[in-house]
Design a binder for this molecule. Structure first.
Ligand code: ATP
Ligand code: MG
Length: 571
């Protein structure tokens, strides 16, 4: 009778899945559905899976039209394709033509990439691919105070890890001569002037909407002063756009286009001392490198006016600039500017600290690049600024690793548990309740176990609980150790199922990251170390493997050779 029920349910879902996928049902998908439908009625995956597999073989032999006819009779409502949870494809780009879209990701080589950069890079890359266009990697390295040689390569490694490939790569600093030429064009047109006022004076003038004396410099004056900037050791001069010093948009109050930075550049040494600002370099590079759809974060919105004004004055092509919200994650610094000091003052161990949202930190704790992409696409490109919780990244990751991560027992804060009259058992336990391809391990049990202290605290003398996968025990005494007696094998509905190790455990530490900031303040307890006993089978794991410690969470194995350690990804 019971197998009959499984047969019927399996047949329906196998037909449905086969119809969606050109007549061939997929075992994993169907098993999941049947288990979900029948588990409440007390059927176990163990009973379900073999039946489903045999049903699938039969269903897959039926031609598609017959499959449809049969499902129409059995469960016509299942013929409609389920609505997807959500469609994560990006919205259409305006003014976009297939084959002609060019996007770019323009990181400054001054640190490792974080998940905010991943958002920008994934969106740029994705659009270029959707439109069969071109994706450019551009190093915005026009501030020699920030750019450092090691980060060019490091950022490329980070992008490769995300599985982002670029069609073209260049450094903005390699185009400096062209930038100088365009600067001179602005000076000749009298659209820009050299200003030698102090930073304070300039700030004051901008704030009060007052022009400074330098504003009166003629083209000739400015050209001479410009040449001095380039070729002599004058200090403090800047080139400013003739904007509108009284403009409501303060970004238009004669913004700085070039300034002197007398620092050796990692690629060009002392060759240049005059460097363009973001306003100038960003607009010019997008235009001359053929970018059609540049994205930038919304904080630059006020600067759009300057971007287009510059391109107008230089008679350069204007791209379709698009803004999206900066990504923020609660309790995490999604910004190089905030990450850097944490590293410099030793608050974190380095760029790959597991508390950081750097791609290296995320990788180290077992977040997969595919999960980051999924998360980014779920977020979309809205302009609404909001802070999301890390649980969204975790959810995307869990979806991918849950079906493929081996499950182990890890007992945090262990206490010894003795079972009187314990039957000796040799048990083969699967590494995954559904995914049998992950194999199994064999565990030999006697009368000594270790269980989690916190689990024991919730139980009292006389309570019966189950050593998961084994049998029930009844608590007799609770002292330093817990004394129990064997109490039958039958499952007792509602009784606690508790993870354990035998006395053949291995000691292990798992590092657990918490919010690095709480109320804007550094959280000194942001890195927790959980010490415990893991089952012996853990010794067979290798560095980088991601496993699930049951009821504890997903963990990436860091070290297995001497001191066994792991990093906690998420629940
Ligand atoms: P940071 O504060 O992290 O240094 P940044 O904008 O100065 O940020 P860049 O290397 O200049 O860092 O950024 C490269 C690209 O990544 C830019 O297009 C920028 O808009 C984008 N980006 C940086 N941080 C985020 C974020 N948190 N969310 C979305 N995009 C971001
Ligand atoms: Mg920047």
């Amino acid at each position: 009778m019971s197998t009959d029920k499984i047969q019927k349910t399996a047949r329906i879902y196998a037909l449905q899945n086969a119809i969606w996928f050109k007549g061939k049902a997929n075992s994993k998908a169907v098993v999941g559905k049947v288990i979900a439908a029948l588990q409440k009625e007390g059927f176990s995956p163990k009973e379900i899976i073999p039946i489903v597999n045999s049903v699938i073989v039969k269903v897959n032999k039926i031609p598609l039209n017959k499959q449809i006819a049969e499902l129409e009779k059995l469960a016509p409502e299942l013929l409609k394709k389920e609505k997807k949870e959500r469609d994560f494809t990006l919205p259409k780009l305006l003014n976009a033509e297939k084959g002609k879209v060019v996007t770019r990701f323009p990181p400054e080589p001054n640190g490792y990439l974080h998940i905010g950069h991943a958002k920008a890079a994934i969106v740029d890359h994705e659009y270029a691919r959707i439109y069969d266009g071109k994706f450019i990697l551009r190093f915005d390295d026009t501030n020699p105070e920030n750019a450092q040689i090691e980060f060019y390569e490091a950022q490329k490694e980070d992008l490769r890890w995300l599985k982002i490939e670029w069609d073209e790569e260049f450094n903005t600093s390699d185009h400096l001569e062209e930038h100088y030429r365009l600067a001179e064009q602005l000076i000749k047109q009298d659209d820009a002037y050299i200003c030698v006022c102090s930073t304070e004076e300039i700030k004051h003038g901008r704030f009060h909407g007052k022009e400074c004396n330098c504003c009166g410099n003629t083209c000739g004056d400015s050209m001479d002063l410009w040449k001095d900037m380039l070729n002599s050791s004058v200090e403090g001069s800047i080139l400013r756009l003739r904007g509108d010093i009284t403009c409501d948009n303060t970004a238009m109050r004669d913004p700085t286009l070039f300034r002197i930075i007398d620092k050796p550049h990692p690629l060009h040494g002392d060759k240049y001392r005059v460097w363009p600002t973001y306003d100038f370099a960003g607009a010019v590079e997008d235009s001359i490198s053929g970018v059609t759809h540049p994205f930038r974060t919304k904080e630059y919105e006020l600067r759009d006016e300057c971007y287009f004004k510059l391109l107008d004055l230089l008679k350069l092509r204007k791209p379709h600039l698009i803004e999206f919200a900066r990504l923020s994650i609660e309790g995490m610094p999604v910004s190089k500017r905030k990450i850097k000091p944490l590293i410099e003052n030793g608050s974190v161990s380095g760029y790959d600290d597991i508390r950081l949202p750097t791609l290296r930190g995320l990788k180290k704790r077992g977040i997969l690049p595919e999960a980051i992409k999924q998360f980014v696409l779920e977020q979309g490109i809205s302009k609404v600024e909001s802070s999301v919780t890390f649980s969204l990244v975790a959810a995307a990751n869990r979806k991918i690793i849950d079906p493929i991560a081996k499950r182990y027992f890890f007992v945090k804060d262990p206490v010894k548990l003795i079972v009187e009259n314990a039957p000796e058992k040799i048990k083969e336990i699967n590494f995954h309740p559904i995914n049998k391809t992950l194999g199994s391990r064999t565990v030999k049990t006697g009368k000594t176990f270790f269980v989690q202290n916190s689990d024991m605290k919730e139980l009292k003398v006389g309570d019966i609980f189950r050593l998961k996968g084994l049998y029930n025990v009844k608590i007799k005494e609770k002292n330093k150790d817990v004394l129990t007696e064997y109490a039958d094998e039958n499952l007792i509905p509602g009784s606690a199922k508790i993870q354990w190790t035998t006395d053949k455990f291995v000691e292990m530490s798992v590092f657990i990251p918490h919010f690095i900031y709480i109320d804007e303040k550094y959280n000194a307890d942001s890195l927790e170390r959980a010490d415990g006993f893991a089952e012996e089978a853990v010794l067979k794991l290798k560095t980088d493997e991601i496993v699930q410690f049951e009821r504890f969470g997903f963990v990436r194995i860091e070290n297995i050779d001497d001191k066994i350690t792991g990093f906690f990804a998420h629940k």
